[in-house]
Ligand binder design. Structure first.
Ligand SMILES: Cc1ncc(COP(=O)(O)O)c(C=O)c1O
Length: 438
């Protein structure tokens, strides 16, 4: 039970439950009957709930706010986009402008199409991959996340897995996913090129596409090694597999050219969403011209009533202009690095083993000396301790996801004034968490 007053949020929850399953619009926004909060407003790196509790936010809506909430530059562009008028079942000039910016930042993004969400962009990417390869089977990496659609909702069941009894089971994370879709998916352990090659040797006649997040943005930012990503690229080329790099979280965040720039590896197709418009709903499927040209009459169908809405595309145009022409991403990375150092100092003073994963703009914190290298290792981290710590921090006005699988997201606005209050909250929350343990 929270020590903060949540009176108004609690009252609203009771009303909302009458109209919305779990009282919210995404399962992940439900924190329990007594703890679900509703947001009144946000600015920079801060949120205020209905009871006027203030939080420094490291969830940032799971990543889209790369500059910060209600960024005036982007909001002004969105207002100008509103003047254009919305959607028309016709295209606008801005779509081309934004596509040029994406291509100039991400070399593999030779051609671009827009979607409304990351889910839609990845669905479209897999469809193009299948059209090109003419094979329906696809590979995902254990611990990867590619949105809420049937084909992507399969993963190993880490929680129920008993390593003594053999391999983990593949299960769907949602009811209602048709069991037959499981036949098309193969899952491989992350950072294991031999396992990938073994699979491709056996099944390359059935598999045409591989989807991967080189930094597992939904599994604590566990990161691919350089050798592994190079091997993935080479194996995809060797076995004629379309490589989809899902940059929904990493794109326009970890580097101007995304995770592909970090690793120096080019995708055949790649997907973007979150940071592309600093929170406005737009996503992109992009890739090599020879594959993207399959989107045509008589080829791959791609579209959607709301794609490239004038508000969102205008916000994307401004966000990308800022990311391209300012040092915003350096500011984000430096803050992330300094935050890790500050947290590390606090933990080291108390001899608490810890490690970090991922990129400083979206890093994961582990209570073990060596960070995990794949989703299976994750079970050896002390995550009940992390969860308790995150709950305590919330009481001190710092919001990071309770589920340690979600990294800490940084935006440019954190750099203004969030460091010391965050570290103070971390230290006092840690004291209380340790106190409760002893
Ligand atoms: C890597 C990745 N792909 C796809 C998605 C789905 O994006 P959306 O939630 O916008 O549908 C997400 C969402 O977190 C993601 O992290």
């Amino acid at each position: 039970m929270s020590k903060r007053s949540l009176k108004k949020s609690n009252e609203h929850f009771k009303k909302a439950l009458n109209k919305l399953p779990l009282g919210v619009t995404s399962n992940f926004r439900y924190w329990g009957d007594d703890d679900t909060i509703y947001i009144k407003r946000a600015k920079g790196c801060r949120l205020w709930d209905l009871d006027d509790n203030e939080y420094i936010d490291y969830r940032l809506a799971y990543g889209p706010y790369i500059l910060g909430y209600a960024d005036e530059r982007v909001d002004q562009a969105a207002r100008e986009g509103m003047e254009i008028g919305g959607v028309f079942a016709l295209a606008t000039e801005l779509e081309y402008e934004v596509a040029k910016k994406i291509s100039s930042m991400v070399p593999s993004a030779e051609l671009v199409r827009y979607s409304n969400s990351g889910t839609e962009a990845v669905m479209a990417a897999l469809r193009v991959g299948r059209a090109v390869s003419k094979r329906d089977g696809y590979i995902m990496v254990e611990g990867g996340y590619h949105g809420v659609w049937d084909a992507a909702l399969w993963d190993i069941d880490i929680d129920e897995w008993d390593p003594e009894k053999g391999e983990p089971e593949i299960t769907s994370s949602s009811a209602g996913v048709p069991g037959i879709t499981k036949d098309l998916v193969s899952l491989v352990p992350f950072n294991d090129a031999d396992a990938l090659e073994d699979l491709l040797k056996k099944k390359h006649n059935e598999i045409g596409t591989l989807m991967i997040e080189p930094i597992l943005g939904n599994c604590c930012s566990i990161s691919a090694t350089q050798e592994y990503m190079q091997a993935v690229r080479e194996l995809c080329t060797k076995y004629d597999i379309i490589l989809i790099i899902d940059e929904v979280k990493t794109g326009f965040r970890v580097a101007k050219g995304g995770v592909q720039e970090l690793y120096g590896v080019e995708a055949d197709l790649c997907t973007f969403a979150k940071s592309i418009a600093n929170g406005y709903p737009i996503a992109a499927l992009a890739g090599k011209e020879e594959y993207m040209r399959h989107i045509k009459y008589g080829g791959v169908l791609h579209g959607g009533t709301f794609t490239a809405h004038s508000v969102a595309i205008s916000a994307a145009n401004k966000t990308l202009e800022i990311l391209q022409n300012t040092d915003a991403l350096e500011t984000v990375a430096n803050y992330g690095e300094n935050l890790k150092q500050g947290i590390s100092d606090i933990l080291s003073k108390r001899d608490i083993a810890h490690s970090f994963t991922g990129h400083p703009s979206m890093s994961g914190l582990f209570f073990s000396e060596n960070p995990p290298t794949n989703a299976r290792d994750f079970r050896y981290s002390n995550y009940p301790f992390y969860e308790k710590l995150a709950e305590e921090m919330l009481e001190d006005g710092v919001l990071c996801e309770f589920d340690p699988r979600e990294p800490w997201f940084i935006c440019e606005a954190h750099a203004k004034d969030a460091m010391q209050p965050t570290l103070d909250a971390f230290e006092s929350a840690l004291e209380r968490t340790l106190g409760d343990e002893s």
